[in-house]
Design a binder for this molecule. Structure first.
Ligand SMILES: Nc1ncnc2c1ncn2[C@@H]1O[C@H](COP(=O)(O)OP(=O)(O)OP(=O)(O)O)[C@@H](O)[C@H]1O
Ligand SMILES: [Mg+2]
Length: 273
């Protein structure tokens, strides 16, 4: 692995009024690393990803600490203006939302949303942009990408919209992809294919991925590092092989116990390459 840090979260605390939603967490993500963030519902995973993506409204949330990004240049994400964010989002970091309806415009066709996004950042003819979009959609297992591009989100299933959103997030080849439960709405076969494709594209585009999931089977297949969140705190951050062999924190032990033996085996993890 190339030893270059892409993201460094330092003492991040997120408050909403009196409530501390995330409590003083720190972690680095390295280039081309898959960093899996796990933890029970409500532990603070999505809100952490929204803070990294600069999506927490200042009037509602108080964010303390630093979030350093080192992609085109080094910058502290907590100090960027909305104008700067427009360039950062998509190119430096892209987010696949847990809920696709948050990311897709309901009244615009998929193709229009995707070409608008691509052409707002790149000098491309409409024809070239469409070609790129069809290519990206077929990578996400759509056999007829033209038909998908011609549809409104309401004409597609939840799982299809999820795959559209993944295609969209990859359009600008971000240095860091944050994937928040990206495959929850998918059937097992599509889930497997999409995860494999994401890992392939990570290598091709030399991306890092912050992968948020409840599914420890996925974690044991793709993670380089695993971070466990409990009640707003990061209780353990270790390489997958370490956390598999010697989970330290009681919560991690309990979590790992729920995984069937087959998935816990290291040989399985090694055999994927
Ligand atoms: N928009 C919001 N306004 C107020 N509180 C919020 C908001 N979003 C999340 N929270 C609170 O922050 C805490 C963490 O929520 P978060 O969505 O990050 O959990 P999560 O770990 O992603 O859970 P899940 O696995 O169910 O997606 C919860 O207590 C939640 O109620
Ligand atoms: Mg969540």
């Amino acid at each position: 692995m190339i030893d270059q840090m892409v993201l460094k979260v330092n003492n991040l605390t997120i408050k909403r009024g009196e409530n501390i939603l995330v409590n003083n967490i720190s972690f680095p993500i390295y280039k081309e690393e898959i960093f899996c963030l796990v933890g029970e519902s409500g532990s603070g995973k999505s809100i952490t990803s929204r803070a990294i993506m600069g999506l927490l409204h200042k009037s509602r949330f108080k964010v303390e600490g630093n979030i350093l990004l080192n992609t085109r240049k080094a910058m502290d994400l907590t100090k960027q203006t909305e104008k700067e964010w427009q360039k950062i989002r998509g190119e430096d970091i892209a987010l696949i939302y847990q809920n696709p309806t948050l990311a897709l415009h309901p009244f615009l066709k998929i193709g229009t949303q995707m070409t608008d996004m691509l052409r707002s950042r790149k000098e491309l003819s409409k024809k070239k942009a469409l070609e790129e979009i069809y290519k990206q959609l077929s990578l996400m297992n759509f056999p007829d990408p033209k038909k998908i591009a011609n549809s409104f989100p309401s004409q597609l299933s939840g799982g299809m919209n999820q795959r559209v959103m993944i295609s969209m997030s990859l359009l600008l080849r971000p240095a860091l992809l944050i994937a928040d439960e990206p495959t929850t709405g998918l059937d097992t076969i599509n889930q497997k294919k999409i995860i494999e494709r994401l890992v392939e594209l990570k290598e091709k585009y030399k991306m890092s991925i912050l992968f948020i999931t409840h599914d420890l089977r996925i974690v044991s297949q793709i993670a380089d590092k695993v971070a466990v969140m409990e009640d707003g705190q990061l209780v353990e951050v270790e390489p997958l092989s370490v956390i598999q062999k010697r989970p330290q924190h009681p919560y991690t032990k309990e979590l790992w116990k729920q995984l069937p033996d087959f998935w816990r085996k290291e040989e399985f993890h090694d055999s994927r390459s």
